[in-house]
Design a protein around this ligand. Structure first.
Ligand SMILES: Nc1nc2c(ncn2[C@@H]2O[C@H](COP(=O)(O)OP(=O)(O)OP(=O)(O)O)[C@@H](O)[C@H]2O)c(=O)[nH]1
Ligand SMILES: [Mg+2]
Length: 300
């Protein structure tokens, strides 16, 4: 059998489970996941190595959305659109329990890219009774006859992922390996550390605040005892947001620190000392220069 390799853009409206699916496919918590929409801000690669040496490189992207205005939102949409153009196959993920107009917008954009499109129908575990899934799949098939495949699945339960991989593999080109055998992502440790902290912040913060925080890693090193020394800055858009991140008596930041440290012990594979502080960078999500300096460069 021939060895294959290619890129699969994982796109969909916010919150459908793209990052959960990436992590489930690769078997590692590469991309952060929260119950809130707009969690992923930049693309991240996850390489699936198959037994015969074939490689499927999945590109998780920010949820495509209509929310315009802030340059950060534009960067997020651009990252998702660019990933489609760079891919061999576009995998559009939808939520089986909540299909809507926003999915149509994403599917239209996916077909416009000219790439073959596979529709992944996620969160099937939420559909009750189970038979109720059949009309959903039939309606999708009727509305999008150009889809190369429609695969029901549950990323959370890892249901039907083999069938998804079986559908995608023949759609990528034959050829020599694209990545070294031990490479599973293109993002470095500092990026993943910052994202780990942002994940816990997003979960803890209320209202609009989760969308106005950024995290940068200022120190990431191992001391002589083999303990990781991590220091990270949390950036807010307004001075008054500082207190909201810190919380009454420092409680919120403390909770974030405890949870992030636990995540980092798993990620870094050893004891971690974590230091966090909060700084203001006024209106950073609307400011091109600030976006660049906080790591949100044009290449998304
Ligand atoms: N019940 C159920 N929940 C799921 C499934 N997959 C993901 N979720 C949940 O859906 C929520 C959003 O998941 P994410 O993976 O962050 O979604 P996303 O599409 O990456 O979201 P954005 O990055 O914001 O665009 C989380 O609470 C997940 O646990 C699934 O198969 N079943
Ligand atoms: Mg995501």
């Amino acid at each position: 059998m021939s060895v294959r390799g290619g890129f699969i853009a994982l796109v969909g409206r916010p919150n459908v489970g793209k990052s959960t699916l990436l992590n489930a496919l690769i078997g590692s918590r590469l991309s952060i996941v929260t119950p809130k929409p707009h969690t992923t801000r930049q693309r991240i690669l996850g390489v699936l190595h198959l037994e015969d040496g074939s490689q499927l490189a999945f590109v998780d992207t920010p949820g495509l959305h209509e929310r315009r205005g802030r340059p950060l939102n534009r960067l997020m949409n651009d990252a998702a659109r660019q990933a489609m153009f760079d891919a061999d196959v576009v995998l559009v993920l939808v939520d089986a329990s909540r299909l809507g107009d926003e999915d149509d917008t994403v599917l239209e954009a996916a077909f416009d890219s000219g790439r073959p499109v596979v529709i992944g129908v996620n969160k099937t575990d939420r559909v009750r009774p189970r038979d109720a899934l059949l009309p959903v799949l039939a309606a999708l098939g009727e509305r999008w006859p150009r889809a190369a495949a429609i695969v029901p699945l549950s990323a959370r339960r890892r249901d039907n992922l083999e069938r998804l991989v079986d559908a995608l593999l023949p759609m990528v080109p034959e050829g020599p390996p694209l990545f070294p055998p031990d490479m599973i992502t293109d993002r470095d440790l500092a990026y993943r550390v910052a994202e780990q902290v942002r994940e816990k912040l997003m979960v803890q913060l209320r209202d609009e605040l989760p969308y106005g925080v950024a995290v940068t890693v200022e120190r990431l090193a191992r001391d002589e005892q083999g303990r990781w020394q991590v220091a990270a800055a949390i950036w807010v858009e307004q001075a008054r947001h500082k207190g909201m991140v810190i919380g009454r008596g420092g409680q919120l930041l403390k909770t974030v620190g405890t949870q992030a440290r636990q995540g980092l012990v798993e990620l870094l594979g050893g004891p971690v000392h974590l230091e966090l502080w909060v700084q203001e960078r006024r209106d950073w999500s609307r400011d091109q220069r600030a976006l660049r300096e906080l790591g949100y460069s044009g290449e998304g």
